[in-house]
Design a protein around this ligand. Structure first.
Ligand SMILES: *Cc1c(COP(=O)(O)O)cnc(C)c1O
Length: 245
């Protein structure tokens, strides 16, 4: 596809996604801009991320290391003046913590004490080396149904992990919770459940304001249920290329 066609396609899809977010905020009686739009660029090339930055997108989600780190480095080299942030939204192996801490603003998929420990060490080293501008943001991933394949911890495990984040003050910040709605059941019920969990969590950890929920197919429902961050891939990028696992 020619450069101009792809750019026009991304421009139109980004505008549509922004309209959907704005309409959902209005329908829920929420302040405009209270749900951020994270563009999920996983499996798409650095050139697409650069096009989106040029179109005004500034927040991205990536899910696979080392591809993500390479892509971010390539875009930073290509556009040294650009301001953009990239969150890790996919599961992170402990041995990848070191490289993820170099490029990620936040890790949204933290669900074990071991991973947290590895991220704290990696973020500490990265800060010392001047590789990152500030602490690594942490979102704890909540499991709504206990399915280990989708990751996350049950609500009962959140407080202990949160205390562990708080203990690394200066290196990590506790930003909030992330949820991926289970495939079975009613998506509205799942997203409402996530909102209740987030509200209980904030009673104890009031700075953890982020609730990352909602993707291409359910962003309206997520915003109706308190999402502050929707992660949109397919609706902006188009269908992901099929890759081997
Ligand atoms: C891929 C991915 C998304 C984006 O999903 P779409 O349905 O393509 O919008 C959102 N969240 C996570 C955790 C993902 O891995």
């Amino acid at each position: 596809m020619s450069e101009d066609l792809r750019r026009a396609e991304l421009a139109a899809a980004l505008a549509r996604a922004r309209e959907r977010v704005a309409a959902a905020e209005a329908a829920a009686g929420r302040v405009a801009g209270s749900a951020r739009l994270l563009v999920v660029t996983k499996f798409f090339p650095a050139e697409d991320m650069a096009r989106l930055i040029d179109l005004g997108a500034a927040e991205f989600g990536e899910s696979r290391e080392p591809e993500a780190g390479r892509k971010v480095a390539q875009v930073r080299e290509q556009l040294p003046q650009a301001h953009f942030d990239v969150d890790m939204i996919g599961s992170v192996q402990r041995k990848k913590a070191k490289t993820v801490a170099r490029w990620a603003r936040r890790v949204q998929s933290v669900d074990s004490p071991e991973l947290l420990q590895a991220l704290a060490m990696a973020a500490g080293r990265s800060l010392e080396a001047g590789e990152r501008p500030g602490p690594l943001g942490v979102l704890l991933q909540v499991s709504l149904d206990g399915d280990p394949a989708r990751g996350g911890v049950p609500e009962s495990g959140l407080a202990a992990l949160a205390e562990q984040v708080v203990a690394h003050d200066g290196t990590l910040t506790l930003d909030g919770l992330m949820v991926i709605a289970p495939l079975h059941g009613q998506v509205h019920d799942h997203l409402a459940h996530a909102q209740e969990i987030a509200e209980r969590f904030r009673v104890e950890f009031p700075d953890a304001r982020e609730l990352s929920s909602g993707m291409s197919g359910d962003l309206e429902a997520a915003i109706a249920h308190g999402s502050t961050c929707v992660r949109v891939g397919t609706a902006i990028m188009g269908p992901r290329p099929i890759t081997s696992p």
